[in-house]
Design a protein around this ligand. Structure first.
Ligand SMILES: Nc1ncnc2c1ncn2[C@@H]1O[C@H](COP(=O)(O)OP(=O)(O)OP(=O)(O)O)[C@@H](O)[C@H]1O
Ligand SMILES: CC(C)(CO)[C@@H](O)C(=O)[O-]
Ligand code: BAL
Length: 336
């Protein structure tokens, strides 16, 4: 892919491999250099913890589509210690920046990345090292109620850590748009609230969950699963499909939730953390009589691996729910 030059400057081919920078100073130089060579170009960021997979590539594709060939796409590759609690998988989390860069370099022009920012922990958090007492930043973002329910209840402090690093990365990269995955639905909502509540000047875009052919949501943590566990993990996406099918067939909110829960309760090897049907705008439980959009959220442990997944559903109004395809009134007590 070539980029459109400033007037009078010959077009330069975009390098095949993204430029990898690890310091704030080199990041700034890469951003400023691009802006100088491409006046008016837009910039997009895709924030990741590395161990890149097809889900991440979809986020990059969206980012590239958003800024065009002259725009600059930055991928951040950083396992953020602030969002991991004691006993979680911070140490075990897969880290291989070279493999991530190779995957990006092998992707097509529509997934072209200009810069990979892969800082060391001390670069982002000078106060976190042993020399500084290990406490980390004094001032952090608090995620409020969103950060205390569901993922936040199971992982106390997680969303404060996520929002703190997201805000830092937004300040460092200064993008026009930032692309996040719908797979991490509560995170997406928290980031949207961060941007709205703190008046951060960036557009947040969401990409639908990318799945494997059998329905399993792509996730870096899938790498932890043994083949048998991977089969067991399919119960999550099956449960969401059952909930969605129930909604499509006219079930009410409790019926939708029961359909999903039934699959999970019957599944082998799945230790359920939660399955809930929530208001997508708040992640608060949907009332039994609610109609309209809902979000089914599931979190479960399969072996030692904690997985999350979700699906949007639409709860039909009772009148629609009750009518049969010919529009006749329902039999008394009928539900669907
Ligand atoms: N299957 C997917 N579809 C769409 N977006 C995804 C998918 N997996 C991850 N993302 C998005 O990629 C971004 C970076 O996520 P991250 O690096 O944590 O990957 P992950 O696969 O979610 O990892 P983990 O397994 O640790 O949760 C997030 O915005 C996340 O929602
Ligand atoms: C947004 C994020 C990169 C912050 O560390 C992380 O939570 C993730 O990968 O989803
Ligand atoms: N994918 C969200 C980041 C985390 O689980 O820590």
């Amino acid at each position: 892919m070539t980029t459109t030059p400033a007037p009078g400057v010959p077009p330069t081919p975009r390098p095949d491999t993204p430029r990898v920078v690890t310091t704030r100073a080199d990041l700034r130089a890469a951003l400023d250099g691009w802006a100088a060579a491409h006046p008016g170009a837009r910039r997009a960021v895709v924030m990741t913890m590395g161990a890149l997979h097809a889900g991440h590539l979809e986020l990059v594709r969206r980012a590239r589509a958003e800024v065009g060939p002259d725009g600059q796409v930055v991928v951040t590759d950083f396992v953020n210690p602030l969002q991991f609690g004691p006993g979680e998988d911070f140490e075990r989390y897969p880290r291989d920046v070279a493999a991530d860069v190779a995957l990006l370099a092998a992707a097509g022009d529509d997934v072209a990345v200009d810069v990979v920012f892969a800082p060391a922990v001390e670069e982002l958090y000078p106060d976190l090292g042993p020399a500084a007492g290990g406490a980390g930043p004094i001032v952090r973002v608090t995620s409020g109620r969103i950060g205390t329910v569901l993922e936040g209840a199971s992982r106390p402090g997680h969303f404060d850590g996520v929002l703190t690093v997201v805000l830092k990365l937004l300040h460092l990269v200064r993008p026009d748009v930032a692309v996040f995955g719908a797979k991490d639905a509560q995170q997406l909502l928290a980031v949207r609230r961060l941007v709205a509540d703190l008046d951060v000047g960036v557009e947040i875009l969401a990409v639908p969950t990318v799945r494997e052919a059998d329905g399993l949501a792509r996730s870096s943590r899938n790498a932890y699963l043994s083949p048998a566990e991977r089969d067991e993990a399919l119960a999550l996406s099956r449960a969401l499909r059952a909930g969605r099918d129930a909604a499509d067939a006219g079930a009410d909110a409790p019926g939708v939730l029961a359909a999903a829960r039934g699959i999970l309760d019957a599944a082998d090897g799945v230790e359920l953390d939660y399955v809930v049907l929530v208001d997508p705008a708040t992640v608060e439980d949907l009332a039994p009589g609610a109609v309209g959009p809902g979000l089914l959220l599931v979190a479960a442990r399969v072996g030692t691996t904690r997985l999350i997944d979700n699906a949007a559903v639409e709860i039909a109004p009772p009148a629609t729910r009750a009518a049969d395809p010919d529009g006749r009134a329902p039999a008394p007590g009928g539900t669907a």
